[in-house]
Design a protein around this ligand. Structure first.
Ligand SMILES: Nc1ncnc2c1ncn2[C@@H]1O[C@H](COP(=O)(O)OP(=O)(O)OP(=O)(O)O)[C@@H](O)[C@H]1O
Length: 314
């Protein structure tokens, strides 16, 4: 089994003039909690539906748990659990009956079903309340039960579409704790969507940031923050090795590429390039031109995302 749980290449899906998912190339590793982060309408749900083979792509490739989608979508659905827009719970049934019902659908034998239901309900702290009808429960409790339902058949991968939407901060934190513990214990890969940066930071090993169907960045938050870089290109003469050495010794400098007439310097975007230019001159370099290029910072990306969320929020 490959160590990659989900892989897409140039995945594209349009609805009329809207490019809901636009050349998405994504990799989710096995065993990680991957956060798919983006504002309303950015293409998160469409991506999940494509990964599950519920929607046909216009272009691109999808591989989930080693299966090609949409060709092998039924295998994918057998090995995955989902918590999408609807929890899938029956309000009038008790928690135990809800899980028992789904356990039968998955054809889990009775003794194993009972054991699995107990194990899951104990893990989310709901075992004592298993006989209560779900309709009397809080949203946070229902959401924990919904996760137990998604995990019932021991899937290798679960998809959660905004699992903490509508939960108050305390319930959301409790849900995250349970999810983290369950994911670790079950060794399950989690693909979850959120528009909450704070949530992604607390819960996810890696994230992908999507906007207008396009992936802006993917990696651990630390890796994405490293892209927050100022590139300084200096053209001139006499950029001797001591110039390069002096630049490298500066704590703000992340990388230097040097030739006699050309310096490429990468530094944290918040740092001031002026002292570096002075340093080059002090070491005998003759500067003719300086160009600077700044990558969008993680914070900028998120602020844009959040601003859009406010605009579209209903
Ligand atoms: N069945 C459809 N028909 C037409 N347009 C659609 C359909 N499904 C999605 N879209 C459009 O595709 C874009 C992406 O939608 P999607 O639901 O994937 O976004 P999202 O990031 O999941 O949003 P949210 O956070 O609000 O759930 C939106 O512009 C949406 O209106």
């Amino acid at each position: 089994m490959s160590s990659v749980a989900i892989r897409t290449h140039n995945l594209t899906r349009t609805f009329g003039a809207i490019r809901a998912v636009d050349q998405l190339t994504l990799e989710v590793r096995q065993g990680e909690i991957f956060g798919f982060l983006g504002p309303n309408g950015s293409g998160k749900t469409t991506t999940i539906r494509l990964l599950l083979g519920l929607l046909q792509p216009d272009a691109g490739q999808i591989e989930v748990l080693g299966f090609a989608v949409p060709q092998q979508a039924s295998e994918v659905r057998m090995h995955t659990g989902t918590l999408l827009e609807h929890s899938g719970l029956y309000e009038r049934l008790s928690a135990a009956d809800n899980l028992d019902y789904y356990g039968r659908i998955w054809r889990i034998p009775a003794a194993q079903r009972r054991e699995r239901i107990r194990e899951l309900l104990e893990q989310v702290g709901l075992w004592e309340r298993r006989h209560e009808p779900v309709k009397t429960w809080s949203r946070g409790m229902k959401q924990k039960l919904a996760i137990a339902r998604a995990l019932l058949h021991r899937p290798q991968l679960i998809f959660l579409d905004e699992p903490t939407a509508g939960l108050d901060p305390i319930a959301a934190a409790a849900f995250r704790d349970d999810l983290r513990a369950l994911a670790e214990r079950e060794g399950v890969t989690v693909f979850l969507t959120t528009h909450n940066l704070d949530e992604a930071e607390k819960l996810c090993h890696r994230v992908g940031i999507i906007r207008h169907g396009r992936l802006l960045a993917q990696g651990s938050l630390a890796e994405i923050q490293r892209h927050d870089t100022l590139h300084l290109e200096i053209i001139g003469r006499n950029f001797i090795p001591s110039v390069e050495a002096a630049l490298r010794s500066q704590p703000t400098v992340r990388r230097v590429e040097a030739s006699d007439t050309h310096l490429m310097i990468e530094l944290a975007s918040s740092s001031d390039p002026a002292p570096l230019i002075k340093l080059v001159i002090e070491h005998g370099g003759q500067i003719e031109e300086v160009y600077r290029k700044q990558n969008a910072s993680l914070e900028e990306v998120f602020l844009t995302l959040m601003a859009e969320e406010t605009t579209y929020a209903h």
